[in-house]
Design a protein around this ligand. Structure first.
Ligand code: ADP
Length: 550
């Protein structure tokens, strides 16, 4: 029999983070751009805790929300959304964040699948709510996240958030319960098949937030001013709404202003020093900075993830704006963080080009996430910096299944989750993603990395965005087709782009065709939608292959 440690059995409760922030960082600010009128709202963590306790009373007494009920949000990053994160899970219910950029039909599907009891939404989404409300039979309450003066702009019968909480007192004792209880629910964007729900627990959320707080992960402390551009409807804004009050960082919430000008304004006004978001957002900010000759001198670090960091973006920000770009990798099923790229002491002497190559890797494993790389037969591959295979992960903040049963095929019999990514590891634990399993281009016997090709193509001065998909080729089975959205004012010139790629990538990788598209299709989480591109170029044939025999 093992000797048992004699330590307290204190459950890891999400409400505990807010209690701590109230006690220790009470006047640290949360600043929000409000969706209903774009005004700025500002208060401290103590005020947030007080209003969150009012909300807890309102949820239980007025709306009749019970343990494990799902309460949904369709909302931007604001202080009210922050209060819902803590209030809903604090009472033992489940905060279910919905991505408003999905098709209305998908949103209806998700709300019904989640059996949502109440939906809290920003005024921006009133037309969406008016269109979907009648299809959501389990939803008993529609709450507009504003004061009652805005109710006249919503047809769906509902209540205003400010009235709802005003009617209730702030005396509420957060209950303690099983830390394995569900706390949050987030659906993957479902680019293939129906969306799948990932159900986080109090324990997984707390452990993930603590891991995020480590120095080489997100590591924001009480002097940090954090701007999560990544939406709270996208994998809990990468855990930032939990890690920031834990460490006492100031939170700057951009509301609906995710455009270059809006972000720049908040960065300047609030002296933001840490920003987190997907690459497409940075492209928008970069364009704004260039066109208006503006700077972002307060920003020290940028965490960029969700899709690969393009080299041109890395260089543009690091060389011209003095910020450190850190790439991170993760997914909804991983809460989301799995790796973050921070150079080691031994990398100090690297040349600029070598450092760029290092930073284009997805990063080093965060403690708490275990990983293995396997080939098609399931045999484990060495971490030798070249053996590429399927990425499997396991750990306390990684999904063990999907809500209400779907998607069992994503899990192995021996307890790992298949990420759907293809990558290699090196001996320092840096991961390099070469593709998503479904995007790999198999040409003859070789695999071509669409990510690497896209990255190189983005370095051409005329290219604003690049995507590579595999298309049928009678001789090679599949060859890469490069699809390009040009920079404003640039003329299409396929030869110039192909010439640029020659010498930068292996000969076999040079695309067999280049197509120009006016606007790259972007999905609900800000990534290029390859499924849409495959539809658009369904009948595409490489030049010179007409009539060629396989
Ligand atoms: P979805 O599958 O709906 O896009 P996520 O937003 O959870 O859901 O995306 C997870 C996927 O995004 C990862 O499996 C990976 O393919 C991709 N991804 C995330 N971060 C990176 C990165 N830094 N580099 C390349 N791909 C990334």
């Amino acid at each position: 029999m093992l000797l048992k440690g004699e330590m307290m059995d204190a459950p890891l409760m999400i409400s505990g983070i807010l209690k701590h922030a109230d006690n220790c960082h009470g006047d640290q600010e949360i600043v929000s751009r409000l969706p209903e009128d774009l005004s700025t709202h500002r208060y401290g963590y103590s005020d947030a805790h007080k209003r969150t306790r009012q909300l807890a009373n309102a949820l239980t007494r007025k709306l009749g929300i019970k343990e494990s009920d799902r309460v949904s949000t369709i909302a931007w990053n604001t202080h009210r959304h922050f209060e819902l994160y803590y209030g809903v899970s604090g009472i033992g219910a489940v905060i279910h964040t919905v991505n408003p950029r999905l098709d209305p039909a998908q949103i209806i599907w998700i709300l019904n699948h989640a059996q949502s009891r109440a939906v809290f939404f920003d005024k921006t989404f009133a037309p969406l709510i008016d269109g979907i409300a009648k299809h959501c039979k389990t939803v008993k309450h529609w709450v507009l996240m504003a004061d009652s003066s805005h109710l006249k702009d919503v047809q769906t019968k509902g209540i205003a958030y400010e009235d709802l909480i005003d009617d209730h007192k702030p005396d509420y004792d957060w209950p303690e319960f099983d830390e394995y209880a569900a706390a949050g629910l987030c659906y993957t964007s479902g680019t293939t098949g129906d969306p799948k729900g990932v159900l986080y627990s109090h324990r997984s959320t707390l452990l993930h937030a603590m891991a995020c707080s480590a120095a080489d992960v997100i590591g924001v402390g009480a002097r940090g001013v954090m701007l999560p551009v990544v939406p709270m409807f996208h994998v809990n804004a990468w855990g930032i709404p939990y890690a920031s009050p834990m460490g006492g960082a100031k939170l700057v919430m951009p509301g609906p202003r995710l455009d270059g000008a809006g972000l720049h304004e908040m960065i300047e006004e609030e002296k933001v020093n840490y920003v987190a978001g997907v690459p497409t957002v940075w492209l928008g900010l970069l364009q704004y900075l260039r066109e208006n000759d503006k700077r972002i001198d307060s920003v020290e670090r940028v965490l960029i993830g969700g899709s690969a960091l393009p080299e041109a973006l890395l260089r543009a920000f690091e060389d011209n704006y003095g910020v450190t770009m850190q790439q991170g990798w993760g997914m909804t099923e991983m809460s989301p963080l799995g790796t973050v790229n921070v150079p080691l002491a031994k990398h100090e002497d690297l040349s600029k080009d070598e450092m760029v190559r290092l930073k284009l890797k997805q990063g080093r494993l965060v403690y708490g996430v275990e990983m293995r790389i396997v080939d098609d037969e399931g045999t484990e591959l060495p971490w030798d910096g070249k053996s590429s295979g399927h990425v499997h992960v396991r750990g306390p903040w990684i999904a063990s299944g999907y809500f209400r049963g779907a998607g069992a095929e994503a899990f192995t019999d021996d307890g790992w989750m298949k990420t759907g990514d293809v990558a290699y590891m090196d001996s320092d634990g840096y991961m390099t993603i070469t593709d998503r399993s479904k995007d790999v281009i198999k040409t003859g016997g070789e695999w071509i990395s669409s990510i690497d090709l896209e990255n190189e193509a983005m370095g051409h001065p005329d290219v604003a965005m690049a995507a590579v998909i595999g298309k049928y080729h009678p001789k090679w089975q599949e060859r890469p087709l490069l699809i390009v959205q040009l920079q404003a004012g640039a003329e299409p010139n396929a030869d110039s782009i192909l010439e640029y790629l020659r010498g930068k990538v292996p000969k076999l990788w040079v695309p067999d065709g280049v197509e120009f598209i006016d606007e790259m299709p972007i999905g609900a989480t800000g990534k290029i939608l390859k499924t849409k591109l495959r539809d658009i170029y369904r009948d595409y044939q490489f030049p010179g292959t007409e009539g060629m025999e396989p």
